[in-house]
Design a protein around this ligand. Sequence first.
Ligand SMILES: NC(=O)c1ccc[n+]([C@@H]2O[C@H](COP(=O)([O-])OP(=O)(O)OC[C@H]3O[C@@H](n4cnc5c(N)ncnc54)[C@H](O)[C@@H]3O)[C@@H](O)[C@H]2O)c1
Length: 335
Amino acid sequence: METAMTRLTVELGARSYPILIGEGLLDELGAHVAPLLKRPRTMIVTDTHVADAYLAKVGAALGAEGISFSSLVLPAGEATKSWEGLARLTEWLIGEGVERSDHVIALGGGVIGDLVGFACSIVKRGCAFIQVPTTLLAQVDSSVGGKTAINVPAGKNLIGAFHQPALVVIDPATLTTLPRRELGAGYAEVVKYGLIDDADFFAWCEANGAALLAGDAAARAYAIAHSVAAKARIVAADERETQDIRALLNLGHGLCSAADAERVRAHLASVDLPHSLASAGINAGGAALAAHMAHDKKVRGGKLPLILTRGIGQSFVTDEYGLDSVADFLDAQAG
Ligand SMILES: NC(=O)c1ccc[n+]([C@@H]2O[C@H](COP(=O)([O-])OP(=O)(O)OC[C@H]3O[C@@H](n4cnc5c(N)ncnc54)[C@H](O)[C@@H]3O)[C@@H](O)[C@H]2O)c1
């Protein structure tokens, strides 16, 4: 039986690609991947946790369409997004005889997606890849848009490239095995889309967020499709973050009416997400935090663009506040 599926497109001219969303889609992965392949062979890259839960299922789905595959299972965790992880993956791909027309499958969260995307942007000067995100964060954010990167000692995501996937396949059923903490991290990204420019969606989150986090499949499917559609629109309008549109996705904290700020705090607190510096486990002073922010790769001409919001659904980008104001603001929040 075919899965009920939502199909969205990231409109990027010749580099446009579909995003398929549906419960149970992992079982049909082979059917969606087969039309892209020049030879019936692929390489799957995943991590230890995801391999335990889903590698056999994905392998069976590919096998059902006559697609052979090899797989590389990397250690789970952020440390895999590193020079060492990149070296191991690129050398494995070359050892497997990857061809430029092959499609490598990234099966996992944002760590696997970012690492595989970057490896595929450089191996043999670029091969194609398919995102099969299995965390809520990767499903609503990192798998779409083509930002790929690894972390280096100087900072997170400092070495990377824009490399769009050829296809994104999202099966919300994978969230049933995701630890609650990881679900919460993804849900914070969902709420962000409401804060950016969609007050109605924020209200939807207030009404349905708890059910989503408790496992309501319809709420998950709706939130994922709505979030991905927002991300796809933003990426299509500003693929490389050269305008301020895509920068809105970096929204971190707000500057809005006390009532709206309280509404956001109350919603985040109600679903056990950090809603203050203290609840995020941060106890450094404003000056120390601002000094850290000065190293952000988004600093332009010595100024860090801030994504602020005048109210729910009304965010904007500005560089009119210096880091000293940021330090004062953070101290005021902590006080
Ligand atoms: N490229 C982008 O646009 C973009 C956007 C946001 C974040 N990111 C990056 O994403 C990364 C974080 O991604 P993440 O939060 O998905 O982390 P992650 O990939 O480390 O996954 C979190 C944990 O969940 C496990 N896991 C994944 N899917 C699972 C499942 N279905 N069931 C059980 N366990 C599962 C993983 O093994 C890992 O232990 C960061 O490196 C961040 O920089 C990239």
